[in-house]
Design a protein around this ligand. Sequence first.
Ligand code: ADP
Length: 188
Amino acid sequence: MSKAKGLIFLGPPGSGKGTQAQILAQELQIPHISTGEMLRQAIDKQTKLGQQAQSYVDQGELVPDELLLGLIRERLSHADAQNGWILDGFPRNVEQANFLDQLLQEELAQFSEQALNLDVSDDLLIERLLLRGRKDDNEDTIRRRLEVYREQTKPVIDYYRDHERLSSVDGNPDPETVTASLKEIIAS
Ligand code: ADP
């Protein structure tokens, strides 16, 4: 029997990974698990997690790993995630990637994971982020999120490349074109 798919979306803020993850999750009928979205909801509701995470999110910094790891482990154990899932925003540093690898080996061996990287030019990223206008999308936070991406999240791309689990897609064209490229890779 072939393994269920665990898709890991990688790419800088503004690369369109949230949009693409949502479209593909709907088509494949698997959950779209966005750590950014989970954190924003926790902040809106002012849960304990939300209170602990708020200052990091507001400043464009990564939330400490210990707040995220249990959250992901728990989310991936839900009934709706047993036939596959799309992770968007996790892993965001190499420690998180190691954690996910271990989880996949020890508890989620039924999944074969595939990392999909969306490549987008820097100019286009900033333009898209400013247009989007989310609460944490002011110019200073955007600049910081892009720095954090370069310093901490880019090595995750190398990690999956080294483990031969990475495919890259041109994320510059219109969303429909990007979706078509992603579907081709997922099906292959
Ligand atoms: P972006 O479009 O900037 O990639 P996200 O919605 O993915 O936005 O994330 C928003 C914020 O949530 C990040 O700037 C960060 O503070 C926090 N965050 C999301 N995922 C993680 C994670 N895996 N580890 C640490 N912090 C995270």
